[in-house]
Design a protein around this ligand. Structure first.
Ligand code: FES
Length: 140
């Protein structure tokens, strides 16, 4: 079966939503309700906020069901230089900021802005959270 991958653009940034990865953490619609509107269809209105606001919210998605692509020639002011790690209730470590993750031999696994690291131990995509914590009843 083909994976669903929907896109919503404001002309500068394109929000990509992969519903199969979503664990309904509610971070998106609590952080930016003018863009992420659960009761409307389509539920994402990328034109309702600035590109910076969208990126800041999408970067917090713990399972990466929401990601984004910047359209060409768009420069984003990266004012945040401090990497922030948040322990989500009953969920992953959410790392906000530029992250370079290395394996035990020093090889780069990933370099990106914002990742969610598994805290429950059950992810099939370690060290990343794959959303399974919400299905196994992880509490912490
Ligand atoms: S914390 Fe999300 S899969 Fe483990």
């Amino acid at each position: 079966m083909e994976k669903i991958r929907k896109k919503y653009s404001n002309g500068e940034v394109t929000i990509i939503w992969e519903p199969d990865l979503c664990d309904h953490s509610s971070i998106c619609y609590r952080s930016l309700p003018k863009v992420f509107k659960l009761s409307e269809r389509p539920w994402i209105d990328a034109k309702a906020a600035t590109t910076q606001e969208i990126i800041k919210t999408v970067d917090r998605c713990p399972t990466k069901a929401l990601t984004y692509e910047l359209n060409k020639n768009i420069m984003i002011d990266q004012q945040e230089t401090t990497t922030k790690i948040t322990i989500l209730q009953d969920g992953p470590y959410l790392v906000d900021g530029n992250v370079k993750l290395l394996d035990n031999k020093g090889n780069e696994i990933i370099y990106k802005k914002g990742i969610a690291l598994c805290r429950c131990g059950a992810s099939k995509n370690k060290p990343f959270c794959d959303g399974i914590h919400s299905h196994i009843g992880f509490k912490d």
